[in-house]
Every structure is written in C-alpha cells, then in structure tokens.
Design a protein around this ligand. Structure first.
Ligand SMILES: Cc1cc2nc3c(=O)[nH]c(=O)nc-3n(C[C@H](O)[C@H](O)[C@H](O)COP(=O)(O)OP(=O)(O)OC[C@H]3O[C@@H](n4cnc5c(N)ncnc54)[C@H](O)[C@@H]3O)c2cc1C
Length: 409
C-alpha cells in the first residue's frame, strides 16, 4: 500500500523568490501568516531581479503601450528596430497578448494605465521608506533623481503633456532645458543634440538583488519566514482546503494558500491550474562597469536608444534592449555588444566600456497594459505578477496591496 507522506505545512507558500516574492512574503508574514518561499534557483533574486537597471522609478511610470508607439509598429513587425524587437516563437499566447497591447495604445488607456502605475509606485516609495526606517538594509540605496533625455522638441512636447497629467496626481517631475539639465548633471555635457529632459528629482536607485537578500534575512529573523531554494515547482494539487506543492525532485510542501510570484514564468505555472495569464516575456540586457571619465550621478535614460545608466555602489549599471516574446535568458553576444555600443554612443564617458564585469540578460514579465496583476482568484490562490519594466519600483507597494486585498486567513 502506498502511503502519502506530507511535507512541512505553512499558512502560505509564495512561489518565486524574486524581489516581488520576497516583498510579498514580508508583507504576508508581518500580518501573522506562517510563510515559506520556494524558488527553483539556488538563491533569492536570480531571475529578472538579479541585475536590472536599478531604477526606483517613482515618477516615470509611463505604460509601454502608448499612442507614440503606433507609428513604430511597422518597424517592430518587420524587425527594423534593433532595440525594440518582436521575437515570435511558438507561443500562441503572444497573439491575443499583442491584440490587447494594441487596444491599450489609445491616449485614454495610456493615461489610465500610467496613472494607475504612478499611484502604485508612490505607494511603493512610502512602503520602502517605512521598511528602511525599521531595517536599514544595505543595497546601494540613494536618491540621485532621474533624467529622461529627449533629442527633438516635438517628442519632448509630447512627453511634457504626460508629465502635466502625472504632476496633478502627485508625481515630482518637471521639464528642463538642456542647459538647466547640465547645470544639475554636468556629465550631460557629453551628450550631443540634447533638446531637453524630463527630470524626476525624487526618483531613487538601489540593487534589487541585494535588497531581496537583505529583506529575506529580515523576514527570517523577524517573522520566521523560511525559504526553499532549488525547489522547482512541478505540480500543484488541491485537496479540500489544502495545497500540496511538489517540486521536480520529489520534495513536497503543504499550505492553506499559495501566492504566485514567478515573474515571466508565472504563466506556465498558472496554466497547470487552468488559468490563462496575459504575460509575455520581454528580454533585456545589462552590464556593470567601473565609472568612466564623465560618469553621471543622476540616473539617465536615453529615450532614443532606450538605454538606462545608473550609479550603483560606485559603479555604473547600464541596461536596455527589449525583445518581446523572447523567453530565453541566454546572453547573445551580438545583442550584448549592441547594448554596449548604444551606451557608448549616448554617453561615451559614463562607464569604462572596456572593463565591464560581464553581460546579463533577464525577462521583464509584461502585461499588455503594463499594470501588474495583484489579485486573489479565490481565498486559496493569490497572484502578484506581471510587473514588466518596473517590478523593482513596484514590489513594495504591490506586496502591500496583495495583503490589503487578502481574504481573512
Ligand atoms: C534588463 C532589465 C532592466 C530592468 N530595469 C528595471 C529598473 O530599472 N527598475 C525596475 O523597477 N524594474 C526593472 N526591470 C524589471 C524588474 O527587474 C522586474 O519587473 C522584476 O525583477 C520582476 O520581479 P519578480 O520577482 O516578479 O520576477 P523574478 O525576479 O524573475 O522572480 C521570479 C522567480 O520565480 C522563480 N521561478 C520561476 N519558475 C519557478 C518554478 N517553476 N518553481 C520555483 N520557482 C520558480 C524564478 O527562479 C525567479 O527567482 C528590469 C528588467 C530587465 C530584464
């Protein structure tokens, strides 16, 4: 006779130990729940949260599906834009996702989505500051502000309209002339043809991996949260009001509730539960290098080349490229080289481009409207996923919302 041996039991198992999963575990445990995080990787934040752009972009929350993108769609479809590419694989889910993405490109939807994300971002900023007041986690956190660089008056004017809407909803953001921007960030003197910038003076930066590691340590010490790494969720079974969570290697855990925070992989896991989630991976690259001879202190996004520069712990983190539909994290040397070339063209003195630490690629878990999915399908099943380009920024506020909307345990 076979006997079912049950594994350790928890109130809640959080699937995914990226920055969103760790922040969720923290918020749930602080409510008194017994929480375990499981992740297939060997340590926290080894997915998209590992070496992202480092931006805590509390004011620049613009949704990807924007009216301005409409004009670029033919280039995207034909593969003419080397920076933003569509990489259709064999996933039939890509096409309904794209249809929904297109529907979100109207001015009204863009404004709604951008403002929704702004409100969540501001909630995140307040939640992060509350956390750090209690637990001074070291993750290179500082607030140098952020500038988005624009090279044409017409494009800057369009950006100014979005800034005006966001300002009315609490965003600290202004338009500056090139001269005014250089007065704040002298390293911009190396940028050719600058028309002006969108300045977000209260935006912050930090290393999402170090934050996740630090917060997980706080979770264990303060709230008794446990973590199982090397636990690749392969099966989720429901028996009356309990879940059995089985790993590929046969380990099992039990829980009253599960919360799915598996980033770009969430869709595959949800499919096993009969759920169809509108998530597509959007692959991006980053590298970290010593500071160059004219490195900015303020975070910089070059909007023409879609490259982000971030001063992190005395080094320069550079991130960019967008490959929609590409679910592989393999570093393709030609793409990594392209990011380096774009960065060097935009700001030749920002980094020591000949001495980079190594290239990295990760998957942004994109929804068609850029808004994350924070939702309890039913009391036993929560979702906190789909944070796209801004998961580091939104993690703390998303965790707070997950808890606020949680049915009583
Ligand atoms: C190049 C790049 C630059 C970026 N820059 C920024 C930025 O500057 N600012 C910003 O706010 N955001 C940025 N982002 C976005 C941000 O990194 C992501 O939105 C965020 O990291 C998502 O966090 P997550 O916890 O949801 O996902 P992840 O960090 O990917 O975590 C998901 C976890 O789930 C685990 N998992 C998956 N499947 C299973 C399974 N079957 N069993 C167990 N575990 C599983 C994975 O191992 C992983 O650890 C960037 C992303 C990229 C790629």
């Amino acid at each position: 006779m076979t006997q079912h041996v049950s594994g350790p039991s928890f109130d809640i198992v959080v699937i995914g130990g990226g920055v969103v999963g760790v922040a969720s575990a923290h918020a749930l445990a602080a409510q008194g729940a017994g929480v375990c995080i499981v992740d297939q990787a060997a340590a926290p934040a080894r997915g998209a949260s590992f070496a992202n752009g480092g931006q805590l972009s509390y004011a620049y929350t613009d949704a990807l599906a924007a009216p301005a993108l409409l004009a670029k769609l033919p280039g995207l479809a034909l593969g003419l834009d080397p920076v933003f590419r569509l990489v259709p694989g064999f996933d039939p889910g890509l096409y309904p996702w794209l249809a929904s993405f297109l529907r979100n490109m109207t001015g009204a939807r863009f404004a709604r989505n951008t403002l929704d994300i702004l409100h969540l971002a501001l909630e995140s900023q307040a939640a992060l500051h509350r956390l750090l007041a209690r637990h001074p986690i070291a993750f290179g956190h500082h607030a140098p502000g952020k500038m988005h660089l624009y090279y044409s008056d017409a494009v800057l004017k369009a950006a100014a309209a979005t800034v005006a809407i966001k300002q009315r909803h609490g965003a600290k953001q202004d338009i500056l002339s090139a001269d005014a921007a250089i007065a704040i960030e002298p390293a911009l003197a190396q940028v050719a043809g600058l028309a002006g910038v969108v300045h977000s003076p209260a935006d912050e930066v930090g290393d999402a991996r170090r934050f996740s590691e630090g917060l997980l340590e706080v979770c264990g010490r303060e709230w008794g949260v446990t973590a199982r790494f090397g636990f690749a969720v392969a099966k989720l079974d429901r028996e009356s009001d309990r879940w059995r969570i089985s790993a590929a290697d046969g380990q099992t855990l039990e829980a009253r509730r599960i919360v799915l925070c598996a980033g770009a992989q969430s869709r595959a896991i949800a499919r096993r539960l009969g759920l169809s989630l509108p998530i597509q991976p959007m692959k991006g690259y980053s590298f970290t290098a010593p500071r160059g001879f004219l490195a900015p202190q303020v975070s910089i996004t070059d909007t023409a080349r879609k490259v982000v520069f971030c001063a992190l712990d005395g080094r320069m983190r550079v991130a960019g490229l967008a490959e929609l539909g590409n679910g592989s994290t393999a570093v393709v040397p030609a793409r990594a080289r392209l990011l380096r070339d774009l960065a060097e063209q935009a700001m030749p003195g920002a980094a020591a481009y000949d001495r980079i630490d190594g290239d990295w690629a990760g998957l942004r878990p994109m929804t068609p409207d850029s808004r994350p999915i924070i939702h309890w399908i039913e009391p036993g099943l929560g979702l906190n996923l789909g944070h796209g380009m801004l998961g580091w920024t939104l993690a703390m506020g998303s965790a707070a919302r997950l808890v606020r909307t949680m049915p009583p345990l």
